[in-house]
Design a protein around this ligand. Structure first.
Ligand code: ADP
Ligand code: MG
Ligand code: MG
Length: 534
């Protein structure tokens, strides 16, 4: 047989054997790639009304546009916007705004006008000030009405088709090529954190790299997955958000909110070394933002465990966010406590040190230590630079805390409430929020609705020309990892980590950089833009 004939025989035999029946010749590696993702990776595809029309920023904008254009829903859409405006307004404007809202949308004090759902604004008790959440119940009823009446017609609308187009864009794979890298901002346990910029939108982020081999060598897989999962689940102005998670040949990458203003520890001690610590109003502002971050974590059943000034980072405007979820843990559904020794010496709560089961209470103890340190420029249980000894633990368990005259009566009361040794009597998270703690005299100057909406101007704005990070030479390099080989089992884990784009931050980025408006183009009224015309 000549060579040509032999080639044909070989080719035919491979072809015939591949045809040999279902599953014949199936390649093992490719087969391994075909597996169901973890359900948490599919959240974006779930179609609850809340998720589709309220929680996702682009989803909400398009749903609102649909309401505006539909005669039977326009009033409900306007009421929704007005309730949100009420929740963000200044204390002094609250009465007037509520009055206008009622006269526009309600016939009696709480009887809605025709063609409207029955929202039911809470009638304030005579003499008591109107709270920012006075229309919370009305909003809930309104959304229930929209879900029942408007959601189905919305899903048949061009606005919804536009939403689906954005979801398609969002689901496209991301990798390192999507970003330009800049200087190192800090050093973590498994790799560097660098500034980076998404090429397509110009938005700056911080990229936290976790070296694959270093993770394997130091058993870091579980912690890396937990940190990623937690960051992807929480969406708060007071916690760094995760924009996406991807991998390179050597690293796992977490792309997060960039915080250019340095950490609170730096600002407490290194800005004015003659006079360290903050004046009380500044400490109150940071504490209130930290508290909103903690409340959000706890509402998602996450115990942070590592609150301390070093983990609270400032952005360009001077707002703060919690960072480094590496020690955080989720309390399992159906349980109400967790356990485990984790945290930073001098901050850890008595119940944790005593090796008891604990819950969110440990984070309010660390909040107390953090407030104390902001005001006093010294921890309540550990002197700066003091070695960690059993003595520090003994003080936390047994010694009363002493307060200098840097503490006002209100500051002292807040610290005492938070530093209570017994978690039962400590201030904290009760009935799914921190209402009692927020009502402390320490926070009397805080408008929680405006703070939540990012509308309270920070007491200190970082210098935009200054780089609040160590000089490159002081960051220090990593040594190369030797004696570790990666295999197929590792690859499966890396794939689980690299879950790609997180919907809410990606949509916020598009809106805030103007890209959403650029893309969201509509034709003249009554016509469809070409990309939506069937
Ligand atoms: P690790 O958990 O490994 O300790 P961190 O999350 O604490 O890593 O990050 C290491 C350092 O990188 C931080 O101390 C800080 O200097 C810097 N850093 C971390 N996250 C950000 C961010 N979002 N923006 C700016 N710098 C950051
Ligand atoms: Mg850290
Ligand atoms: Mg960490």
């Amino acid at each position: 047989m000549d060579i040509g004939g032999l080639e044909t025989v070989v080719a035919n035999s491979a072809y015939v054997s591949a045809r040999g029946g279902p599953g014949a010749g199936r390649d093992r590696r490719s087969k391994a790639q075909l597996r169901l993702p973890h359900i948490s990776q599919c959240e974006a595809l779930r179609t609850s009304f809340r998720w589709q029309c309220v929680e996702q920023p682009i989803g909400k904008l398009l749903f609102r546009r649909f309401l505006e254009g539909a005669p039977q829903f326009a009033a409900a859409g306007a009421l929704w916007s007005e309730i949100e405006a009420f929740e963000r307004c200044e204390d002094a404007e609250r009465e007037g705004t509520a009055k206008r809202l009622r006269s526009r949308f309600f016939t009696g004090h709480d009887t809605p006008k025709a063609a409207m759902p029955p929202p039911n604004p809470v009638r304030p008790r005579p003499g008591s000030p109107l709270q920012g959440d006075a229309f919370a119940q009305a909003r809930q009823e309104l959304l229930a009405h929209l879900e029942a009446a408007a959601w189905a017609p919305y899903r048949a609308s061009p606005e919804f088709s536009r939403f689906v187009q954005f979801k398609w864009l969002e689901s496209q794979a991301v990798n390192a090529d999507a970003f330009v890298e800049f200087r190192v901002l800090g050093k973590g346990g498994f790799g560097e954190v660098c500034a980076c910029q998404r090429r397509a939108t110009g938005k700056m982020y911080a990229n936290k790299r976790l070296n694959k081999k270093r993770l394997k060598k130091r058993n870091g897989y579980e912690a890396a997955l937990v940190e990623k999962r937690i960051l992807a689940r929480v969406h708060s102005r007071f916690i760094v958000s995760l924009a996406c998670a991807f991998q390179t040949k050597t690293d796992l990458c977490l792309v997060m909110t960039i915080m250019n203003g340095g950490d609170l520890r730096f600002h407490i001690y290194n800005v004015d070394e003659e006079n360290p610590g903050f004046a009380e109003p500044r400490a109150v502002f940071y504490t209130a933002q930290i508290l909103l971050g903690l409340e959000h974590l706890h509402q998602h059943r996450i115990v942070y465990r590592d609150l301390k000034p070093e983990n609270v980072l400032l952005d360009d405007a001077g707002h703060v966010r919690l960072s480094d979820m590496g020690l955080a843990i989720e309390i399992k559904e159906g349980e109400n406590k967790t356990r485990g020794y984790a945290g930073t010496p001098g901050f850890m709560a008595p119940e944790l040190l005593k090796n008891e089961d604990y819950d969110f209470s440990v984070d309010y103890f660390t909040l107390g230590v953090t407030i104390y340190e902001m005001l006093e420029a010294k921890g309540p249980f550990r002197r700066r630079g003091e070695k960690v000894t059993p003595e520090v633990t003994r003080r936390i368990l047994h010694d009363p805390v002493s307060y200098s005259d840097k503490f006002s009566a209100a500051a002292r009361e807040a610290c005492e409430g938070l530093l209570a040794k017994d978690p039962q009597s400590r201030l904290g998270f009760r009935g799914n929020d921190c209402g009692q703690l927020k009502a402390q005299p320490f926070f009397k100057g805080i408008n929680w609705g405006r703070l939540e909406a990012g509308l309270v101007p920070p007491p200190f704005v970082p210098d935009p020309r200054r780089v609040y990070a160590k000089d490159l030479a002081d960051v220090g390099a990593f040594s190369t990892v030797k004696g570790v080989e990666l295999d197929g089992g590792d690859a499966a884990l890396f794939d689980a980590f690299a879950s790609g784009t997180v919907p809410i931050p990606w949509q916020e980025e598009l809106i805030e950089t103007g890209v959403f408006d650029e893309l969201n183009v509509w034709g003249a009224p009554g016509t469809l833009p070409p990309d939506l015309d069937p």
